[in-house]
Every structure is written in C-alpha cells, then in structure tokens.
Design a binder for this molecule. Structure first.
Ligand SMILES: Nc1ncnc2c1ncn2[C@@H]1O[C@H](COP(=O)(O)O)[C@@H](OP(=O)(O)O)[C@H]1O
Ligand SMILES: [Mg+2]
Length: 271
C-alpha cells in the first residue's frame, strides 16, 4: 500500500497555511538553483520581467496543489499570463511563484514565493517565503515566522508566533515598494505622520508589518491579487488589516478587472 499525505481540510486554516509553506519550500529549491546561476530574463507582454524561476516554480507549485487540494481552482501569475482563467466565484488559491522579480534579477534577495487561500473574497490562509533570506511567514488563524532554508521541511515548533505592534508614540514606520515608489504613496505616508520610511521589495512588506517591525504599508501603485493575498493572510493572522485608503474592505476575486488591485493600506494596528 502506498502512503498518501492526509488532505488538509479547508476549514483548518493553520493546516492549509502549513501545507502552502511545505510547497513554497519545495519549489524554492529550483528557484535558488536559478537565482545562484547566470540566469537570463525576458519581458512579458505587460513588460514585466520573467525568468525560468517564475515558470518552473509555478509548475512545481501547481502540481503539488493538485495533489494536496484537488478541485480547488488556482489563479497563478504565469498561467494567467498564458491565458488560463480558473473559476474564482468560490474558494480559490492565488499563486505568485516569484514576487519581486526585479529584486530577483537585481540579486538583492527581496523576492518571495506566495500562496494564499481566498474565501468569500478575503484571504484566510497564506504563506510568504523569502528563500534567499531564508525567512518564512505562515498565517492561518495564527501567524508565525522563522528561519528556513529552501527544501527544508517546515516545523511549526521551529517558528515563532508573530503579532503586529502598538503604534509607537514617536511616529509610525512605513514600508514601501523599493522598485515601484510613487508620489501618492509618499503623500499618504506624510499625511499619516509617518516618521520613518523603509523600502523593501515584494510581499515582504506585509510581513514587516505583521512581525511588528513596521506599522503601515501604503500602496497606491498597481498590484495583482497574487502579489497581495499571501502577505494579506499573514498580516490578518498577526492582528493587522488591509483596507482601501477610504477604510473599506480590500477584496479579492475581482475577475471583472482581471484581478488588478486598487490602492490599499496594510495596517499593523489602527488608532
Ligand atoms: N504596472 C503594474 N501593473 C500591475 N502590477 C504591477 C505593476 N507594477 C508593479 N506591479 C506589481 O508589483 C509587484 C512588485 O511589487 P514591489 O514593487 O512591491 O516589489 C510585481 O510583482 P512581480 O514581481 O511578481 O511581477 C507586480 O505584479
Ligand atoms: Mg508578483
């Protein structure tokens, strides 16, 4: 008889998040192999860069999700670029195999592997993994962070629970895109009384807020749902929230706009 891994139940958000973490670690072996090589990159139709790492890692992730969560539709960055349109009117999974491709190409380590579960237009479980930095963030009903080398198995006991921090009396620290800064985002930060601005690539920005290193991540420039779902899940689990600048919920499954996000503000704690 062959042993089969027990299927995580969609109701157990922590089990789902750790299953995503396992898959992120596995796919990152290939990503790191390419990262450490003399790789080439190409421009996609939308002019954003892509490497073999994006495409090969996505193949691995899709094959693993098909085994462990069969039947749950998956909306993944590279498959979407190739024309695949899964159903997203029920529960679905978002995959960004390499978020921060510019950071990957610049070899500064600030890129992540992202998998998130979306239910009722909101993320309920997710994993953000930065293999070059050997840091993993996992969020279901609780959020965890810790060190992890690509390919290692993820052991919850080796991770630490993380929470957002109270707003410092001296002023907030904002984290913003390294490669896509814009004037509206800077103006929002200034209007909120931010006293320190830190640049970082990829979905790591959500994680910096989730672990209490920063207080807010404002973003007025464009992103796609797969860029934000996993980081959003980790931040929710750590006690934070992602809202529109007007304070309304920031939602997913926006098929009508091809899953393009509007402006958002990721908060550690409000008020
Ligand atoms: N003009 C644009 N339209 C849509 N998404 C954009 C964009 N410019 C940047 N992004 C998104 O921003 C992500 C990078 O975020 P950051 O600037 O915080 O590192 C990119 O992810 P990828 O690197 O996966 O393509 C990309 O999806
Ligand atoms: Mg991305």
């Amino acid at each position: 008889m062959t042993w089969t891994r027990p299927m995580p139940n969609l109701d157990n958000k922590n089990a789902i998040a750790f299953e995503f973490a396992r898959i992120c670690s596995l796919a990152s072996v290939k990503i790191m192999e390419i990262y450490e090589s003399d790789f080439e990159f190409r421009g996609k139709d939308d002019k954003s860069p892509v490497t073999d790492a994006d495409e090969l890692a996505e193949e691995i992730i899709l094959a693993e999700l098909q085994k462990s969560l069969p039947g749950v539709p998956v909306l993944a960055e590279e498959s979407f670029a190739a024309g695949l349109r899964p159903k997203t009117d029920g529960a679905f999974i978002l995959v960004d195999p390499v978020d921060g491709t510019k950071e990957f190409i610049n070899k500064n380590g600030e890129f992540t592997v992202n998998i998130a579960l979306i239910e009722n237009r909101a993320p309920t479980a997710g994993c953000v993994y930065a293999p070059a930095r050997e840091q993993i963030f996992v969020g279901g009903t609780t959020a965890w962070a810790g060190p992890l080398k690509a390919g290692q198995s993820v052991d919850a006991d080796a991770l630490q629970a993380i929470t957002t921090r109270d707003r410092p009396a001296g002023g907030m620290t904002a984290v913003m895109s390294r490669s896509h800064a814009d004037d509206k985002t800077l103006a929002f930060a200034d209007a909120q009384g931010v006293t320190e601005k830190v640049s970082a690539g990829s979905s790591l920005k959500f994680c910096l807020v989730a672990e209490g290193t920063a207080d807010v991540y404002p973003r007025f420039g464009p992103t796609k749902e797969w860029d934000t779902g996993a980081g959003h899940a980790v931040l929710n689990a750590a006690g934070g929230a992602v809202l529109t600048p007007e304070g309304t919920p920031f939602t997913y499954a926006k098929e009508e706009v091809e899953y393009l996000n509007g402006a958002f503000v990721a908060w550690g704690r409000r008020g």
